[in-house]
Design a protein around this ligand. Structure first.
Ligand SMILES: *Cc1c(COP(=O)(O)O)cnc(C)c1O
Length: 462
């Protein structure tokens, strides 16, 4: 007997949400009205929404059942204890502060630990992480391994931090100006690429040498730990829960957006082993989020997160999750579409500069491809290139372009089936075949900072 190898969605569907099929003519009108910016579309006008994997996942029947058990007591709710126990069981930190989402945990952590003139190293800061570091007057420094900047080069742990660069940075600025070191797992801005256990240990060793605390941005910790199990020697027989316990044992605390690997639509937390720091963080939590046993979350959301944190560690779920992202990447690559290799955990990143080589970066090839995905198939993706990270020179009106022109298709958790993904592949194949007919865009209106959310575009004359 040959074993069955098809990887299936490890769930059946109990509640459905219709999605609306529109015509190309309708989508042309919607996109034009949105100023060619898909953030300005109504979600009802989108067929397959791959804008983000954040807060867009489907909850399980167990999570919906837990919602009904939510204890909404102001203080000491049983839901808090279930939540804190779930967090402690996996992450192992003594103090657990619930926040309304990841950036609230970041704001409390950095505003407590950082001051002006200090430097925070990270493999790559996510945009809200960077903004919260900079908001304290400190500098956010990205030190990924060099492989992270080469889209087509496969490397199993492209999320790793460059440990030599960390040591050089400490030597340059001095340990007293570094309040903490941070590692983002998986590395979202770097393509959802994992960090190896060996890299976490090496970073910890440098931190120990200089007596620096290490914090982890844990948003996609389960996906990262699955990659460790699959790719790193010595972990093939270890459960993902045990891999996570080992990984977090090397850290002093973490921030978490439960909208990712918490499998919920809203929520997050901040955790630490530092008693003194926890006291000061709790003061800020009370001031800006809420009483310590609910922070920024309703009792029902604490319950759903406690269940989600367990479900996300199930191997059948993670096997399906990582396989379905890889499936999309494999089919894009087979069609000739240049993608960041290897596929990350939560998203596929298309190298739009390579795919639309006839559109120069200043004419926004990534944004042009995002528009085409919507026009052709009602698919919503996001540009991660010059629109997001570039700048218009106020004197000359020239675009200062980004290092890479990527388009991200992020996979919501447990939401779309394989036939949805096959549809996305078919749409992309068609776009790829006539890629030379796609033309560039120009920005006609923008605001700062984070211009990509609200900017308006128009077709650019070649
Ligand atoms: C989403 C995300 C955050 C911020 O979390 P929010 O819940 O969106 O505030 C921080 N870091 C990383 C790596 C993320 O992906």
């Amino acid at each position: 007997m040959t074993p069955v190898t098809t990887i299936i969605e490890p769930f059946r569907i109990k509640s459905v949400e219709p999605i609306r099929i529109t015509t190309r003519a309708q989508r042309e009108a919607f996109l034009k009205a949105a100023g060619y910016n898909v953030f300005m579309l109504r979600a009802d006008d989108v067929l397959i929404d791959l804008l983000t994997d954040s807060g867009t996942g489907a909850m399980s029947a167990q999570q919906w059942a837990a919602i009904m058990r939510g204890d909404e007591s102001y203080a000491g709710a049983s839901s808090y204890y279930r939540f804190a126990d779930a967090v402690r069981d996996i992450f192992g930190f003594r103090h657990v502060l619930p926040t309304h989402q990841g950036r609230a945990a970041e704001r409390i952590l950095f505003s407590t630990m950082c001051t002006s003139g200090e430097v925070v190293p990270n493999n790559t800061h996510f945009d809200t992480t960077r903004a919260n570091v900079e908001n304290t007057g400190a500098e956010a420094v990205d030190i990924p391994v060099p492989q992270a900047r080469r889209p087509s080069e496969p490397y199993p742990f492209k999320g790793n931090m460059d440990v030599a660069a960390l040591e050089a940075l400490i030597a340059e600025v001095g340990r007293d100006r570094i309040p903490l070191v941070m590692l983002t797992i998986t590395n979202n801005s770097g393509g959802g690429q994992p960090v190896s256990m060996a890299n976490v240990k090496a970073v910890r060793a440098v931190c120990d040498l200089h007596r620096l605390p290490l914090y982890i941005d844990a948003c996609r910790f389960a996906e990262n730990c699955w990659f460790i199990r699959e790719r790193e020697a010595g972990y093939a027989e270890t459960s993902v829960a045990d891999i996570a316990r080992e990984l977090f044992s090397y850290a002093d605390g973490c921030t978490m957006s439960a909208k990712k690997d918490g499998l919920v639509n809203i929520g997050g937390f901040l955790a630490t082993n530092d008693d003194g720091l926890a006291k000061r963080e709790t003061d800020t939590l009370i001031l800006t989020e809420g009483f310590p046993t609910y922070g920024g979350m309703a009792g029902r959301d604490l319950e759903a997160t406690a269940v989600g944190l367990k479900e996300v560690l199930e191997h059948d779920y993670l096997r399906y999750r990582i396989a379905s992202t890889a499936y999309l990447g494999r089919h894009f690559a087979a069609a000739g579409v240049p993608i960041v290799q290897p596929p990350g955990g939560h998203a596929i990143y298309i190298d739009a500069a390579a795919m639309l080589a006839h559109i120069p970066p200043r004419m926004l090839p990534g944004q042009a491809l995002v528009g085409e995905l919507y026009l052709q198939g009602g698919i919503r993706a996001v540009e991660i290139g010059t629109v997001m990270f570039g700048k218009t020179d106020p004197q000359t009106g020239e675009e200062r372009t980004a290092a890479m022109e990527l388009v991200r298709l992020a996979m919501p958790r447990r939401v779309y089936t394989q036939s949805h993904v096959d549809y996305v592949v078919e749409v992309m194949r068609d776009i790829y075949a006539r890629r030379e007919s796609i033309s560039g865009l120009k920005i006609v209106w923008q605001s700062q900072p984070l211009r990509h959310f609200t900017a308006r575009f128009a077709p650019a004359a070649p």
